[in-house]
Design a protein around this ligand. Structure first.
Ligand SMILES: *Cc1c(COP(=O)(O)O)cnc(C)c1O
Length: 372
């Protein structure tokens, strides 16, 4: 088969090239390339409106946004987080000289288990950094209750949660801050990019200073900030993407429904339950390969590869197993049995708007052929 027949786990959305060229001409005329230019301001407004959040600061990527969010709230000491995520979640803590404390996850949501968060609190704990894994909401109420009881900040890594509605509002409105990634692989992308969602203008201003080296004005530097600015070309790209994102999520929803129907009756395969009181974004299609299926997870992963279907083991290995984390007391396997089990079972299937029905059928057939 040709490389055209390769089916990857995701494929980025692109705006129409002519539309992008039109906006590039505007940039060329204006000669404003970055530093909070007109498209940057326009995109911040448009995203806040689209997502239904009060304030939003654009950043150059999701990782710098996580690092900056921790600085914005002056987080110190220990931060409780999940081992079951992309490595950038924990890295953002190390970049701030903070100590990650890993707590175990709930097997149904793959998100931090509130009881395990509470059990991990010490006098040095100042914050919780949960992840809305696959865009499925954390138990936001229980986490807020713990934060209020112990006086902790909550910074959500919401990299997967673009556009998710929960309990009648944007999922991004929970916690003190929420951080988005607009990387090319995500539901909504600016090629590279990210954002911090915050509830008040004062925090947004602090983030805006921090992402511009800490400059509060021409002669005042308020903190050792970073260069975290999104440029005008990417902001223009993002404005065009925003027009398409609802349709993209609707198409993802169709694909997800078809997978659910086609894989429901296979022994040993389990899809994550749909979260209640939530409008999901179908950013990922996680499948758990369990006892009862003829192949183990890794064997299925290989078998799919042989048929040019490139699924991904998100998230394996656990962050807590990586060399820079595995020495921590909280990283020890006995502390994280559920995360370990899920990481050994999970496979994320191809899901993206351009995936054709025929391609999806190939993925389904490839999985079903293992049952015979
Ligand atoms: C993608 C991702 C990030 C990092 O975002 P970048 O924009 O790639 O820096 C952080 N956390 C999670 C959970 C992610 O999936």
């Amino acid at each position: 088969m040709s490389s055209d027949s390769n089916i990857y786990v995701t494929q980025p959305n692109l705006p129409k090239l002519e539309d992008f060229v039109d906006l590039l001409k505007v940039i060329w005329d204006r000669k404003i390339l970055t530093n909070g230019g007109p498209f940057h301001q326009q995109l911040e407004q448009a995203l806040a409106e689209h997502l239904g959040v009060r304030h939003l600061a654009l950043l150059t990527n999701g990782t710098i946004a996580l690092v900056t969010a921790l600085q914005a709230l002056r987080i110190q000491g220990e931060v409780i987080t999940t081992p079951y995520s992309f490595v950038a979640t924990a890295h953002s803590l190390l970049w701030n000289g903070l100590e990650p404390v890993f707590a175990d996850i709930d097997p149904h949501t793959c998100n931090l288990d509130p009881e395990r968060i509470e059990a991990a609190i010490t006098p040095r704990t100042t914050a919780i950094m949960p992840v809305h894994c696959y865009g499925n909401p954390c138990d936001v109420q229980a986490i807020q209750r713990i934060a209020d009881t112990y006086g902790l900040k909550v910074i959500y890594d919401a990299a997967h949660a673009f556009g998710v509605q929960h309990r009648g509002t944007s999922l991004l409105n929970f916690g003190d801050l929420s951080v988005l990634s607009f990387h090319a692989t995500k539901v909504y992308n600016t090629i590279e990019g990210g954002a911090i969602v915050c509830p008040d203008a004062k925090t947004k201003q602090r983030i805006d200073f921090l992402k511009n080296f800490g400059f509060a004005d021409e002669v005042t530097v308020m903190a050792p900030g970073i260069n975290g600015k999104l440029n005008e070309v990417q902001a223009a790209f993002g404005l065009l993407q925003l027009r398409e994102v609802d349709a993209a999520i609707a198409r993802r929803s169709e694909i997800a429904a078809r997978y659910r129907e086609a894989l429901a009756d296979i022994e040993g395969l389990a899809l994550l339950p749909l979260p209640s009181d939530t409008t999901p974004n179908h950013s990922y299609m996680p499948l758990r390969v369990q006892a009862g299926f003829p192949l183990g997870r890794d064997a299925l992963y290989q078998r799919l590869r042989e048929q040019q279907v490139f699924s991904r083991r998100y998230f394996y290995p656990l962050i807590s197993d990586m060399p820079m984390y595995r020495g921590l007391a909280s990283a020890q396997p006995a502390n994280l049995p559920v995360a370990r089990q899920v990481a050994a079972e999970i496979l994320c299937l191809p899901i993206y708007p351009a995936l054709t029905d025929a391609q999806q059928q190939r993925v389904i057939d490839a999985i079903r052929s293992c049952c015979r």
